[in-house]
Design a protein around this ligand. Structure first.
Ligand code: PAF
Length: 283
């Protein structure tokens, strides 16, 4: 596996592959890789001749009081994991390589509408940071296909929208969330939890399933279902950020006539913010 830290070396590598007629898959990450990330790399391998993974803890998508400095950085372990799943190159740029003029002078990409609610409302500027770094990475790698986890459902929709709106040739793929056997969605931030907190955190998945079953059995009182879920989770020590059933395309609160829904959840366990979601189709 090639280890690359400059944009020019990345372009040389990808150009050589392209001259040989090979397709390129791309998996952007912030590192601290778990099985969810490795699943994305495996999907990319199945789809493309060559696979690039980027590891960059993007300062632009963290708010002033968030966990940028504490965010886990495990580069050597990550490289070993990427070799084990056959990644062809890992791109490890510095902040100066990505933002040579500094963050304040950086041109940015903002996807209107979908970026404003839920994680966008709780984390102002977050999706601007994500959209900007993903656009830059897409321009550097010029992938045929890019792979993102569905755990970050709103992020995935933001990225699909930017690729469409900016007429990018890349095909954006969503990959189902990888879960622990307890049901807890895999996330680098799970590492902030104690074992006891991790066991409790699996209640999010159980409650999502309960709410989904309620809708599937015909209950359309979405707000009541959300309130029950929140009070069950609060009884276990969670604090709500948001918990809402929305139209999967518009992210507006679900209405009786919507068929494709998604339950979006963000809960605090102590200082750790956990997000998850579940797609629900009504007949
Ligand atoms: O999901 C992530 O890890 C990040 O938001 C991403 C897409 C790599 C952009 O920094």
């Amino acid at each position: 596996m090639k280890v690359i830290d400059s944009i020019s070396a990345l372009r040389d590598t990808v150009n050589t592959w392209r001259r040989n007629g090979e397709t390129v898959g791309f998996v952007p990450t912030m590192g601290n890789l778990h099985d969810g990330h490795l699943k994305l790399v495996k999907k990319a391998k199945a789809h493309n001749d060559k696979v690039v993974v980027s590891i960059f803890v993007n300062p632009m998508q963290f708010g002033a009081n968030e966990d940028l400095d504490a965010y886990p950085r495990t580069i050597e372990e990550d490289k070993a994991k990427l070799i084990s799943v056959g990644a062809d190159a890992v791109f490890l740029p510095s902040v100066a390589e990505m933002y040579p003029a500094g963050l304040d002078a950086q041109t940015f990409v903002e996807v209107p509408g979908i970026s404003d609610s839920h994680c966008g409302a709780s984390r102002p500027g977050h999706f601007r940071g994500v959209a900007t770094v993903v656009t830059k990475l897409f321009n550097m790698v010029q992938p045929d296909d890019a792979f993102f986890g569905e755990k970050d459902f709103q992020q995935l929709q933001v990225i699909r929208a930017l690729a469409r709106d900016l007429s990018m040739a890349v095909k954006v793929h969503g990959v189902p969330t990888e879960r622990e056997t307890s049901g807890l969605a895999m996330s680098s931030r799970n590492g902030y939890l104690t074992d006891a907190e991790k066991a409790t955190a699996s209640a999010i998945f159980a409650e999502m399933q309960r709410l989904k079953a309620g809708i599937e059995s015909g209950n359309t009182n979405f707000v009541e279902l959300e309130n029950i879920m929140v009070s069950n989770l609060e009884a276990k020590g969670f604090k709500k950020d948001y918990c809402q059933v929305v139209n999967a395309a518009t992210f507006e609160p679900a209405s009786d006539s919507d068929k494709e829904l998604v339950l979006l959840v963000a809960m605090f366990m102590g200082k750790t913010r956990l997000i998850d979601n579940m797609q629900i189709t009504r007949d």
